[in-house]
Design a protein. Structure first.
Length: 151
């Protein structure tokens, strides 16, 4: 990455910025899945009221988004999105490390998430970052893969 990264929490006024970013980042999956991935259809104004967000910036430009939800016994990773031109440069790993830090800070020993089975680069990313496959199940004409990782 040519510019240093800065991070800040997502705020209520960031809803449209996050929505636009996530829609652009996830658009490449529409032809593979045959539909919009769920993060593309999320209500980020609502999500910002209940979930935690970390926004990563390269200079003044949004570079990545992490959305998490505190559950009773784990931290749920709802969305991880990295700007397409920055993928493969470590930002996804940094965001997942921030999720692990959040889980530990809240006394939770596990991260959990799911992704569509057709998104093979996502499957490889999570496996390479220490996540184990818990189950695969049908979902909207395809399959989702559930992952978890102890932290």
């Amino acid at each position: 990455m040519n510019q240093p990264l800065t991070f800040r929490p997502g705020l209520a006024q960031d809803a449209e910025l996050i929505r636009t970013f996530v829609r652009a980042t996830f658009a490449k999956w529409v032809p593979i899945m045959g539909r919009e991935p769920l993060p593309m259809t999320a209500d980020y104004a609502e999500a910002l009221q209940h979930n935690s967000f970390v926004l990563a910036f390269a200079g003044d430009t949004l570079a990545g988004v992490l959305e998490t939800v505190v559950e009773d016994d784990h931290l749920w990773v709802e969305t991880v999105a990295v700007r397409s031109d920055l993928q493969g440069q470590g930002l996804g790993q940094i965001l997942m490390a921030k999720a692990a830090d959040e889980a530990r800070a809240k006394g939770l020993g596990e991260l959990r998430l799911l992704t569509n089975a057709a998104l093979t680069s996502n499957l490889a990313f999570y496996r390479a970052n220490g996540f184990r496959t818990d189950k695969t199940e049908p979902f909207r004409g395809g399959f989702v893969v559930w992952f978890s990782k102890s932290v």
